[in-house]
Each structure stands twice: as structure tokens, then as C-alpha cells.
Design a protein around this ligand. Structure first.
Ligand code: ACO
Length: 340
């Protein structure tokens, strides 16, 4: 008897009509090296490199905003896809560092890139945001609600890093990545995506102040409540477990194994996390995209920037299977299998 796909598999499979038709990214010019961080907090290049793999990261110029970086990445993606702003139906922007609480950063990008026919909104899923946004776009395109969607992952983490906290300030950087998704009948594209969250772990990685639960007041302004707080060791463990589990699920949905993958594009938080995930999936490191040594963890932008770099450097050929896998605050995680 022919084995029947599980109901879960059936709902996840017929998605190859949503293609990534262009990618783009933007990194600010200013490089902040480990040597410079040695002068700011009690740390050293050897500790940062051996514990994280990070050698340098980019920092936005004074006055350079999240929407500026996002618009630059979007323009590069539009050029790669060969489309202009008028062809974009929807902009979904993932960030935890919006220019403002209101308006959405997606609306500000709309104006900057001249996509005036688009509807726009932001989403918040920390470092998982880009893949969450890809899945949302995928759903809108599959239901034929929209045809062409700009997805952006962007963060200006330098604006919420506590530069006196060595536990976190060595990890993060600024940047933006973007992709254009479009309906393409019988094309290559997104095969399967899995998203997950665990709000019980919300406190592991958080910005406690600045929102409605804890506004910044004259009394608490010196406590850096508007900065990232993180339980690094616990975050590490959950990151590896959840990335591996969601990657296995999505590979199963797609009927693939690690051996079928030409390229894995993981969240760029820590080389030890990336290595552990690759090892457990049975994928050699030379098939894994790593650029965290140059850019650090750029949160929602990280996997988008890595995807663009993999695209532009020819790491993926048409027809190749690619796994994208992320995790972040929330906690949140997601995996997608794409046929390039
Ligand atoms: N320089 C020197 N020493 C340091 C530094 C530093 N920058 N930071 C911490 N240390 C010290 C600690 O104080 C500790 O000292 P102690 O043993 O005397 O207490 C020691 O180094 C070891 O600290 P650990 O936290 O156990 O170090 P670990 O090996 O776990 O590495 C790290 C820390 C790099 C943060 C790791 O746990 C990690 O990468 N965790 C995952 C973090 C992550 O991926 N976060 C991003 C989530 S994405 C998002 O949504 C934004």
C-alpha cells in the first residue's frame, strides 16, 4: 500500500508557486572591531572569537535609521528582481528596533522606495522575524490576495545595546536584508515552513523597558531598561534544540534529509550554535552560510543578509534545496525549505 502523507504534510506541500525572485541587503559602512570593544568593556578578542566566532560588526551612522537601512536593502532586492516600486502589493517588515512605535517602519520604507500601491505593516518576532514574514507573505500569495510582496528583516540593535554590558554588547550589529516574493506558476520556491514559539521563555531575552508595561521615567532612566537583557547560556541551549527540531520537521514536511541540502542558511548568532545545528542535521559546515564573523548578530536581518550573500556569491544553483533556520526572543523559531 502506498504510504499516505500525514495531514500536516499535505497542508504544507503544495507551495512551490511562491518564489523568491530577488534578494538584497545593506550593511552600514562603520566597522566596530573586537579590538575597539576591548577599550569599551572588560573583554578581549580571544574570548569573543572563541565563544562566538564574531570578529567585527557594522554600526549605523549617526542619524541613519532602521527605515533607511531597510530601504537600501529593498532597493537592492527590487533591482535583483527587476521590478519597480509600483509592482509591490504588500510590504512586511520584521524588526524589534522600529524607527517609531507609530507609524510602522514599513510605511516609512514605502515612501522611500516609491511603492505607493502597497499595503504595509511591521511584525515583531525578534531574530525569527524574517522567516515569519516570509511565511505570512507565502500565505497571502498562495491565497491570491497579493501577487508581489516585499519582505524585509532589519534591525538597528546598536540603538538598544547596553554598551557597558559585556555579556551582550559584543554580540550584536546593525543591518538589513530583503526579498521579493511573487506567484510563479510551477516555479521553484518555498516548499514548507514551520514556525514555533514559547512564551514561557520570554524572560531569557528581552528589552524590559520602553513599552507600555514599563515606560521609561525620570526615576528609572539610568537603569538601561530600554536595552537588551539576555540569559546567554539558557538561550544557547534552547536555540540549538528548537532550531534542530524545527529544521527536522520542515525537512520531513518536504520529504528531504540533511543530505539533500545544497545550502543551509542559519541565524547568525554564534558559530558554536551554527556548528551544533549543522552537526545534528548531518550537514557539513562547508554547506552552511556563515557571515557572523563580519556582521555579528543583526537580529531579524541576519538570515536575510546571509540569504542575499549566498544568492550573490552563487552558493545556490537553480533547483537546489536550501534550508533557512532561525530562532530569537519570545522565544520564537522557524525553518523554511526553499527550492532555489
Ligand atoms: N568578554 C569576556 N568575558 C565574558 C564576556 C565577554 N564579552 N561575556 C561574558 N563573559 C564571561 C562571563 O561573565 C562568565 O564569567 P564567569 O564564569 O566568571 O561568570 C564567562 O565569560 C562565561 O560566560 P557564559 O555566559 O557561560 O559564556 P558562554 O560560553 O555561554 O557564551 C554567549 C556566552 C556567547 C552569550 C553564549 O551563551 C551565546 O551565544 N548564547 C546565545 C545568545 C544568542 O544567540 N542570543 C541571540 C538571540 S537572537 C535575538 O532575538 C536578539
Amino acid at each position: 500500500m502506498t504510504p499516505q502523507p500525514s495531514p500536516r504534510t499535505r497542508t504544507h506541500l503544495p507551495k512551490r508557486t511562491v518564489s523568491i525572485i530577488g534578494t538584497g541587503s545593506y550593511l552600514p559602512e562603520r566597522i566596530l572591531t573586537n579590538a575597539e570593544l576591548e577599550k569599551m568593556v572588560e573583554t578581549n578578542d580571544e574570548w569573543i572569537t572563541s565563544r562566538t566566532g564574531i570578529r567585527e560588526r557594522r554600526i549605523a551612522a549617526p542619524g541613519e535609521t532602521t527605515s533607511d537601512m531597510a530601504a537600501n536593502a529593498a532597493r537592492a532586492a527590487m533591482e535583483d528582481a527587476g521590478i519597480n516600486g509600483d509592482e509591490i502589493d504588500l510590504i512586511i517588515l520584521a524588526t524589534i528596533t522600529p524607527d517609531h512605535f507609530m507609524p510602522s517602519t514599513a510605511c516609512l520604507v514605502q515612501t522611500k522606495i516609491g511603492a505607493m500601491k502597497a499595503a504595509c505593516f511591521d511584525i515583531s518576532a525578534a531574530c525569527s522575524g524574517f522567516l515569519y514574514a516570509i511565511e505570512i507573505a507565502q500565505q497571502f500569495i498562495t491565497t491570491r490576495t497579493y501577487n508581489t510582496i516585499l519582505v524585509i528583516g532589519v534591525d538597528k540593535l546598536s540603538s538598544i545595546v547596553d554598551w557597558k554590558d559585556r555579556n551582550t554588547c559584543v554580540l550584536f550589529g546593525d543591518g538589513a536584508g530583503a526579498a521579493i516574493l511573487r506567484h510563479r506558476a510551477q516555479g521553484h520556491g518555498v516548499i514548507a515552513t514551520r514556525m514555533g514559539s514559547n512564551g514561557n521563555l520570554a524572560d531569557l531575552l528581552a528589552v524590559p523597558g520602553g513599552g507600555s508595561a514599563c515606560p521609561i521615567t525620570p526615576e528609572n532612566v539610568g537603569e538601561s531598561l530600554n536595552c537588551i537583557k539576555m540569559e546567554g547560556r539558557e538561550t544557547f541551549k534552547h536555540a540549538v534544540t528548537n532550531m534542530v527540531e524545527s529544521a527536522r520537521q520542515v525537512l520531513d514536511d518536504a520529504g528531504l534529509t540533511g543530505a539533500d541540502l545544497a545550502c543551509v542558511i542559519p541565524h547568525q548568532a554564534n558559530l558554536r550554535i551554527v556548528s551544533a545545528v549543522a552537526d545534528r542535521l548531518g550537514v557539513p559546515l562547508d554547506r552552511v552560510m556563515v557571515n557572523l564573523d563580519r556582521f555579528g548578530n543583526t537580529s531579524a536581518a541576519a538570515v536575510a543578509i546571509a540569504l542575499d550573500e549566498a544568492n550573490r556569491t552563487g552558493r545556490m544553483k537553480v533547483g537546489d534545496y536550501v534550508l533557512l533556520v532561525v530562532f530569537g526572543g519570545g522565544m520564537t523559531w522557524a525553518s523554511s525549505v526553499v527550492q532555489w
